[in-house]
Design a protein around this ligand. Structure first.
Ligand SMILES: NC(=O)c1ccc[n+]([C@@H]2O[C@H](COP(=O)([O-])OP(=O)(O)OC[C@H]3O[C@@H](n4cnc5c(N)ncnc54)[C@H](OP(=O)(O)O)[C@@H]3O)[C@@H](O)[C@H]2O)c1
Length: 244
């Protein structure tokens, strides 16, 4: 069995996920670059390999159950365990649609990727994460998923509350999954946390975002490599606790 840590990052062909793979691999982790599109995933992995990093493409489409089963089997056969799972893949389908107009279909599609299938993947990989000496699960949430910030009229989030409701709610639901899974696993070495990357320049974040991806991946990488005495069941941005 390889002594290097093995990490899987979902939605890693671009954006924060890609940079998370780069930073984890730069720390000596074997990083599996999860991507739903074979061409985009292979190209992204090849670029990082050319930088001398230990990165492998792994096909993974959250909305394709077979690909999740295949990914779990690949990791089991090849490594026999998984040390780090970064649930990074996510969609924002409704940034301009107010709460009064969002359709159940938009809510459903958002929740399929950001919540239901993320949970399914995590459950499929959990037996492998339990085989790690120090399993770490990182769920990419958002400040937009904070009920406290959304409902605070003095918060910068207050103005946009209501225009991103299905996305925000999906991240709030994900936060609840974090809390429950962490509590269930509290007597194991596994740590489960939600991370808010901040507002980051990516296809999703747009070009007005203040943070570059190097900064945006830091929260994920920190939570993925927490020491034994690190937190579990929390919600963090760049090392600081976020209100739920
Ligand atoms: N950027 C921000 O400001 C910000 C702020 C707070 C939280 N976040 C969260 O951080 C995470 C990464 O965001 P980002 O800005 O890097 O987003 P992004 O640039 O839009 O990239 C999203 C990634 O997720 C993948 N993905 C989407 N649906 C998928 C599916 N069904 N199966 C597998 N992969 C899928 C995409 O793959 P394709 O290339 O194939 O589409 C892509 O690789 C997300 O969970 C997001 O909600 C971002």
């Amino acid at each position: 069995m390889s002594m290097k840590k093995v990490a899987l990052v979902t939605g890693a062909n671009r954006g924060i996920g890609l940079e998370t793979v780069r930073q984890l691999a730069a720390q000596g982790v074997t990083a599996l670059l999860g991507a739903r599109n074979e061409k985009r995933g292979t190209e992204a992995a090849d670029k990082l390999k050319a930088e001398g990093l230990d990165v492998q493409f792994l096909r993974l489409d959250l909305n394709d159950t077979t690909s999740l089963d295949n990914a779990a089997k690949f990791i089991s056969d090849k490594f026999g365990r998984l040390d780090i799972l970064v649930n990074n893949a996510g969609v924002a389908l409704d940034f301009t649609i107010p709460a009064s107009q969002g359709t159940p279909e938009q809510w459903r599609r958002t929740f399929e990727t950001n919540v239901f299938n993320l949970i399914s993947l995590t459950q499929k990989l959990l037996p492998l994460i339990k085989k790690s000496e120090a399993g770490r699960i990182v769920n990419l949430s958002s400040g937009l998923g904070s009920l406290t910030l959304n409902s605070d009229p003095n918060s910068t989030f207050a103005g946009i509350a209501g225009s991103t409701v299905a996305y925000d709610a999906s991240k709030a639901a994900l936060n609840m999954f974090t809390i429950h899974l962490a509590a269930e696993l509290k007597d194991t070495p596994i740590k489960v946390n939600s991370g808010d990357p901040g507002w980051v320049k990516t296809d999703m974040g747009g070009q007005d975002a203040p943070l570059e991806v190097t900064e945006g991946a830091k929260t994920s990488v920190w939570l993925a490599t927490l020491p034994e005495d690190g937190p579990t069941g929390g919600f963090f941005h760049l090392g600081k606790s976020h209100p739920w």
